[in-house]
Design a binder for this molecule. Structure first.
Ligand SMILES: [Zn+2]
Length: 125
């Protein structure tokens, strides 16, 4: 168990994109396993709640999942990713998707800070 090292991916449920995201974060962190927090167009979902308090009920699901991965598995890094042709976030404006990622990452970082792992790297790709 001590040799099992984890990272975290926060990414769309689209089956085309999880493998590449796992490869990215495993390459950045040297980890073997990647916990996956997912949903359709999850960067849009998180953007919609990004300015809420970390104890707000709408944040509870994300907070619970991040806590399991970062504290339960001692995750060594998080990738928060968008992708093209997303049915859950169908905007064709890639700059808007980038803004969603950056705003959403601030919520992920605030949850990490509350959990005492504020120094955990969060990559947006
Ligand atoms: Zn998608």
């Amino acid at each position: 168990m001590a040799t099992e090292r984890f990272s975290t991916a926060v990414i769309c449920m689209d089956g085309r994109v999880q493998g590449p995201a796992h490869a990215f974060i495993q390459g950045e962190t040297g980890t073997t396993f990647t916990d996956t927090i997912t949903g359709p167009g999850i960067e849009k979902q998180i953007d919609e709640i990004h300015d809420l308090d970390v104890d707000h009920p709408k944040v509870a699901d994300l907070k619970t999942k991040l806590t399991v991965s970062t504290l339960g598995h001692n995750s060594e890094g998080i990738v928060f990713a968008k992708h093209n042709e997303c049915l859950g976030n169908p905007t064709l404006d890639e700059e808007e998707k980038d803004r969603q990622l950056l705003r959403g990452a601030t919520l992920i970082e605030r949850i990490n800070t509350v959990n005492g792992v504020g120094d955990l790297p969060v990559f947006t790709i």
